[in-house]
Ligand binder design. Sequence first.
Ligand code: SF4
Length: 313
Amino acid sequence: MPFDPIPAPSASDVDEPACATHPSKPVAVNFHLWRPCNDACTFCFATFDDVRGHLTAEDAVRLIGVLRAAGTEKLNFAGGEPTLCPYLGEVLREARAQGLVVTIISNGFALEALLECQAGDLDWVGLSVDSAVEQVQAALGRGRGNHVARTTKLFDLVHAYGLRAKLNTVVTARTWDEDMTAFVRRVRPHRWKVFQVLPVGGQNDGRVEPLLIAPAQFRAFVDRHLPLGAEGFAPVVEDNAAMTASYVMIDPLGRFFSNATGRHVYSKPILDVGVEAALEQITWDAGKFVERGGLYDWSQIISPMSLVSRRRG
Ligand code: SF4
């Protein structure tokens, strides 16, 4: 998860609710379009073991237009692993054509090939690294002992493409006392999101329990990395409370879902009932979305490369 001929933004560029857009609309949406994943992170809270199948490519593309018409401005493609999705290219093209700010969060699986073909359809690329120690990362289920080195190269690639880079880190019992300063400096993310490992019923229960941490442990990890703020890499912090009911999320079947109850609760398919009705069927706290820094000036996050692509389009 990548970028860098561009100066790193200040925390206020990416975290303050500077945008005048009404937050009750689904302005920023996470579309988990593909359930399968090549990794098996023990803490994964998007396993979708309770979801069978996915939208057709045609319906996924149609859904993007429906979201745009309902006020969505930024669309993040997630999984599972989104680069495994055979129609990812189509949905990225559609999202770009609709004028959305387009982001992806990936473990890096087929990212290099994607960037070769479609870097111009992306504004941000997010990569997940939870430990700078290869053995620890592998023990957490992400990669097979080379994830840190591989991801470091991918960050370089994202920077070379002139895209914005995001680093996602989930802090667990294996890593709360780790110092990731050198790694963060090396990969130079424009945004570093730091999450407290989250238990979600039906997604990771039965596996995640040994990895859960107390608020004080999470705080210790965050405090250790606060000095990075002076270099433009301040952690954007989300504890379990901030992560709950603060995201507008769509599952592989095109339904909104919420984690407000500690389990996933799904709406009816958005293409069947419309955005407004489907959104009313789940719990989404717009206030928490703003509090966690979910609403900010979108114009600050559009990459120069995508602007070139937009002009050509
Ligand atoms: S890479 Fe992401 S989707 Fe895949 S198992 Fe890990 S956390 Fe889950």
